[in-house]
Design a protein around this ligand. Structure first.
Ligand SMILES: [Zn+2]
Length: 188
């Protein structure tokens, strides 16, 4: 097999859509080499799926992306186009949140019964896009525990060192958790 093997964009699209057949999925798993351009082809497929033109830098979830905005900001954005703001701030802080605290509330989403979290010790938080209602995440934590920031990606290092394709607006300031600025603003 050639060193420059490239997985076709059609196959990547099938992977993303979940329609790839078993034979092709197995073939991809067994490739002797990974496709060097796989990340950018993957991003291209994602870009064609969304209705907006902001450049996708990373995909955080099924319908959640970090994008480069025209003004130079990097923001977390829902597939519907709703922006949660600067990607360095925990996007969950901009969600509609449903919290399940009682046994009855938690039993509605857990089965079998022994698996249900224990009220008083744990609660379930569900995070929704305030615009389209997509559920982007769920966390089960102790009551009062700070909202979990699942991942602050070091996008510059990823593009520079792993993809060999540094971003034009590289800066040390990008890899800084800014979540506290938002929570501090609520206290004022
Ligand atoms: Zn949305």
């Amino acid at each position: 097999m050639s060193e420059e093997f490239e997985v076709s964009k059609e196959l990547i699209k099938q992977l993303v859509d979940g329609t790839i057949d078993d034979d092709n999925a197995e073939r991809l798993l067994k490739l002797p080499r990974k496709d060097k351009n796989r990340f950018f082809n993957y991003i291209e497929v994602l870009q064609e799926k969304v209705s907006w033109n902001d450049k996708i830098l990373l995909r955080l979830g099924d319908k959640l992306y970090v994008v480069a905005k025209p003004g130079g900001a990097r923001e977390t954005q829902c597939e519907c186009g709703y922006s949660f703001g600067d990607y360095r701030t925990n996007w969950k802080l901009g969600c509609k949140i449903r919290t399940r605290k009682t046994l009855e509330e938690m039993s509605r989403v857990y089965t079998p019964a022994p698996a249900v979290p224990e009220p008083g010790w744990q609660e379930i938080r569900e995070f929704f896009c305030p615009n389209c209602g997509t559920q982007h995440a769920v966390e089960v934590v102790a009551p009062g525990y700070p909202i979990v920031f699942e991942m602050l990606p070091d996008i510059d290092t990823f593009y520079r060192d792993y993809l060999d394709s540094p971003l034009d607006d590289e800066s040390k300031d990008w890899y800084q958790d800014q979540s506290q600025k938002k929570t501090a603003s609520w206290a004022q």
